[in-house]
Design a protein. Structure first.
Length: 467
């Protein structure tokens, strides 16, 4: 018996099929599947021809034109880029670091930082669970210089308050470490991020671990036996406190900028009109913005230095003296003999007189912080005026203009908080808000700098797509 042609089976079920059913173009095949009434062999044959690079599909012997509309050229989703979810995760991690900076400030202001005299990264995750455990921890604290010299009348109930404050600070630090390091291991091992982002994530993870070591190194400076000497004041070293805060600021800034970079890259590479995206970045090449961009970076560095001088003020309790503004005593500055006191020099030739007074003399440290704070305020106001110059204003993106104005608002609020904290002799709510404000001002400066940054590799990628 002769073999039945392939199409005979279809005509048996439907003697008069629609003529258009035989004419299918490539675009329609890709967009939809063929009706299941056709035999599987026909489907396989037609779809194979549609997907073949050497044999484009013809409408069964006909040369009819394609029935699909003309394809619109679109930019495919970005390849070899980091997922948008990673960007949001980085911003959430930065928010966690922001929170621990505020919590750390509260820990210092309530003098809770020396309540836990041991460093137990794993077993210290749980607080004392019984009365006997609390008594054991309290006995350890009673052997410390802070208890013997400053808090000899502290009760167990009062000790529990400062202990839980320090415990919460350390627990939040552990949470930040786990919530960042574990996803980093997954993302890097599975190659879900770019090589550059992998290096960034690994470096931030190492910095988080280093920050934990610095934290204990700082606490240990307040537990030394030489603090039992007469005239000593049990507190952590202002140098180590500044290093601890600086590391937190660097970690926060790194996370923030990395997250913003990922989100901007994804947004620009996913835009259908790559010409508009490239034009948006190319506008940052304007020569009028070069000087303004350098000014923003200088202001950002000044904000960071001012915040670190504030850490020295906190470490020396320098905010508890000269509680007036703008004067310091009878004049704008203390007497020169007080600013450059030889008491702080440790060399017979007094070669270290100037820098030790600037870093260890409470009067000089507070004056330094005042000068830096006012300089930062004036610099940001000058930056705002500079942004309104005709040549800069014409080239400045709208987002950067908003960022400049927002930075002015932040630094004005921060200056008001600083003066209020000083006048009212460092109340805990105002002092904590002042420390949070310093990181808020740095955030505003970093966001502004990021909006003005020209990612050349991203621009080159967009320009290659246009060729």
């Amino acid at each position: 018996m002769p073999r039945i042609p392939l199409f005979t089976h279809a005509f048996r079920k439907n003697p008069l099929p629609r003529l258009s059913s035989f004419f299918v173009c490539n675009q329609c095949l890709i967009g939809r599947t063929l009706p299941r009434r056709w035999p599987a062999r026909i489907l396989d044959l037609v779809q194979w021809r549609a997907n073949s690079s050497t044999a484009p599909l013809k409408p069964l012997g006909s040369s009819a034109p394609s029935c699909a509309p003309a394809a619109v050229k679109t930019v495919p989703a970005a390849q070899h880029t980091t997922s948008k979810a990673v960007g949001y995760w980085l911003l959430a991690s930065a928010a966690s670091v922001y929170a621990i900076v505020v919590l750390g400030g509260l820990t210092r202001l309530t003098e809770s930082g020396l309540s836990i005299t041991e460093w137990r990264p794993v077993t210290g995750s749980l607080p004392p669970m019984s009365q006997a455990d609390w008594e054991t921890e309290f006995d350890k604290y009673r052997a410390s210089p802070e208890f013997k010299l400053l808090n000899p009348h502290m009760t167990l109930a009062e000790f529990k308050k400062i202990y839980l404050m320090e415990w919460a600070h350390r627990l939040w630090g552990r949470f930040i470490g786990l919530s960042f390091v574990l996803p980093t291991i997954y993302l890097v091992a599975c190659r879900r991020v770019t090589p550059l982002m992998s290096a960034n994530l690994l470096a931030i993870s190492a910095l988080i671990g280093f920050q934990g070591l610095i934290g204990w190194w700082m606490v240990k400076s307040g537990l030394k036996d030489d603090l039992f000497a007469p005239g000593s004041h049990p507190r952590v070293s202002q140098y180590r406190l500044t290093a601890h805060l600086a590391t937190a600021f660097v970690c926060y800034s790194w996370m923030l900028l990395s997250g913003l970079t990922v989100l901007r890259s994804r947004r620009l590479l996913s835009v259908a009109d790559s010409r508009a995206a490239a034009s948006q970045l190319a506008s940052l090449r304007n020569h009028a913005l070069a000087s303004f961009r350098r000014s923003v970076l200088a202001v950002t560095a000044l904000v960071f230095i001012t915040a670190m001088s504030g850490a020295l003020v906190a470490g020396l309790d320098a905010g508890l003296i000269y509680n007036e503004f703008p004067k310091m005593g009878l004049g704008l500055t203390p007497p020169a003999a007080e600013l450059w006191d030889s008491f702080y020099s440790r060399r017979t030739d007094h070669a270290d007189l100037w820098w030790r007074n600037m870093l260890e003399n409470p009067s000089t440290v507070q004056l330094d912080h005042r000068i830096l704070a006012l300089s930062t305020f004036c610099a940001i106001l000058s930056l705002f005026v500079y942004s309104r110059c005709r040549s800069v204003a014409a080239a400045l993106p709208k987002s950067a203009k908003k960022g400049t104005l927002g930075l002015v608002h932040l630094v004005t609020l921060q200056l008001a908080l600083g003066i209020s904290t000083l006048i009212y002799m460092v109340p805990v709510p105002l002092a904590a808000a002042h420390q949070a404000g310093s990181l808020a001002v740095l955030t505003g400066a970093l966001v502004l700098a990021h909006r003005l940054h020209l990612p050349r590799s991203l621009l080159q990628t967009l320009e290659r797509r246009l060729k």
